[in-house]
Design a protein around this ligand. Structure first.
Ligand code: GLC
Ligand code: MG
Length: 474
């Protein structure tokens, strides 16, 4: 077990000061490791944690930063993010947990979700580990907030930081109950951090100061931070008998360093990691065999790390060039994988990368002859009619079109039949996007070309998506 909270806080402050006065220190990351606190109240996980889709321990828990880790802001195509999405939904969603851990406030996090094709995580850690929320509904972890209140006085932080002209306040949305955030020039960060720690200590206040991205300085409640939030979460999962078999933390900047100090956690720093994180790695991380610096940027680095640490499958259906090929005869099929493959193929066709007749051929193999699909508008067509529409070229080719599956859940309704429920999203070149809830009935058919058949497909618009006029083919 770790130190008591007060002891650990003292350790953090003392070590931070030691670190700051060392000549090797050139960024404001403390060399402390995450500790357990006896002051955490480990209330049961809320139902909203979306974890009732499986029982027992998650096979893998991925805890990923967003900006420049899961999301590559230099890739307008979102290629590696979509590769990760397809891998997650096809291989992991049914028995694993996805956690996003971002510096962004809830406001900016929601904005990013509108801009980028992000999956829905099971748990969201926001504002540099000061806010934890569960499920799609984002139910707030109040126990965490109460814990952070201990020894924290936001007013003193605001008052003392105002004395530093080198600090300029970040936008109002990023000022949170347990986080006060600034911009600071790289050259000033170290001196300001040192002086600020001293002046706050003189007021009897122990805080955590984190420098990220060569520009952001966050003053946090002392028990906060991405690593501490993860340690808390792991402890909470353990207390409910649901500790993950493996955890992989993923990051690129200073505020992610803490994630890599949580015991028993694998870590990946993506290729494009920031200078301050690489410096922290050189000073503190090199001896940790569970931490790797990937050769792939952003989500490509995450996929690479899954393979590097042998945490499970890491071939994304998007990496398979030939999706039209018939399956080897298999005794079982994976409904999640087949659904994701189907929509990747569909996207390729919409983008003009796959031939209509080849897609039609696959669908003909898959679709149960007297099966049907219900469109989000309510109309129903037999699969045969739908296929005819494909050949008739009802949609214009759009090279910017994207299709992705989110929140896939499966239930085996009888021995060889599965009900799959998921959200299907389509986005267009102009950035507009629409989504619907899809329910699909699939049945194993070992003697057929692809080992299964699609019996029925039912789609309903997600809120706010119905008004759009563009054609919806499949
Ligand atoms: C995000 C937050 C910002 C914070 C930074 C680094 O960009 O919006 O407030 O300073 O992450 O943690
Ligand atoms: Mg980042």
């Amino acid at each position: 077990m770790g130190y008591a909270a007060q002891d650990s806080a003292r350790v953090v402050t003392r070590e931070m000061r030691r670190g700051l006065s060392s000549p090797a220190y050139n960024c404001a990351i403390s060399p402390f490791s995450c500790t357990l606190s006896p002051h955490w109240t480990l209330a049961p996980l809320p139902r909203a944690a979306a974890m009732d889709r499986f029982s027992g321990s998650p096979r893998l828990m991925i805890v990923s930063d967003l900006d420049h880790t899961m999301v590559d802001h230099h890739d307008e195509e979102n290629a590696s993010l979509l590769r990760f999405n397809a891998l997650w939904e096809s291989e992991y969603r049914h028995d694993s947990l996805l956690v996003f851990s971002t510096g962004r406030s809830p406001t900016l996090y929601k904005q990013l979700r509108r801009e980028k094709p992000l999956l829905t995580p099971d748990i969201t850690i926001m504002s540099v580990g000061t806010e934890i929320a569960y499920g799609e509904a984002m139910a707030v972890d109040e126990g965490w907030e109460e814990y952070l209140n201990r020894g924290w006085d936001r007013n003193i932080v605001v008052q003392e930081t105002a004395r530093f002209p080198q600090l300029s306040l970040q936008p109002e949305t990023e000022q949170r109950p347990h986080k006060v955030s600034f911009y600071v020039q790289e050259g000033d960060a170290e001196a300001v951090t040192r002086a600020l720690l001293l002046s706050l200590e003189n007021h009897g206040l122990d805080v955590k100061i984190i420098y990220s991205g060569g520009q952001d300085l966050d003053v946090l409640a002392k028990g906060a931070g991405k690593g501490q939030a993860l340690a808390y979460l792991l402890n909470k999962l353990k207390a409910s008998g649901r500790a993950p078999l493996n955890t992989l933390a993923c990051g690129d900047s200073g505020n992610d360093a803490e994630l890599f100090t949580v015991p028993d956690v694998h870590g990946v720093m993506v290729k494009n990691a920031q200078k301050e994180l690489l410096q922290w790695y050189a000073d503190n991380g090199r001896s940790n065999p569970k931490l790797v610096h990937a050769s792939g940027r952003c989500a490509a680095g995450i996929i690479e790390a899954i393979g590097h640490f042998n945490l499970g499958p890491n071939l994304s259906p998007r990496d398979v060039a030939e999706l039209c090929a018939e399956a080897q005869k298999k005794s079982s099929f994976s409904p999640g994988l087949e659904i994701v493959k189907l929509y990747v193929l569909y996207e390729r066709w919409l983008r003009g990368e796959e031939d209509s007749s080849r897609l039609a051929h696959v669908l003909k193999d898959i679709c149960y002859p007297s099966g049907s699909m219900v469109y989000p508008s309510g109309g129903e067509r037999s699969f045969e009619e739908a296929l005819y529409g494909l050949k008739g070229g009802e949609v214009a080719e759009d090279r910017g079109r994207r299709v992705w599956v989110d929140r896939l859940s499966l239930s085996e309704i009888c021995a060889d039949s599965w009900l799959a429920k998921f959200h299907k999203w389509e986005s267009y070149s102009g950035g507009e996007r629409r989504g619907c809830v899809v329910t699909a009935l699939l049945r194993a058919k070992p003697e057929s070309a692809r080992g299964f058949e699609l019996v029925h497909l039912h789609q309903t618009w997600l809120d706010g998506c119905a008004a759009s006029g563009a054609a919806w083919v499949f």
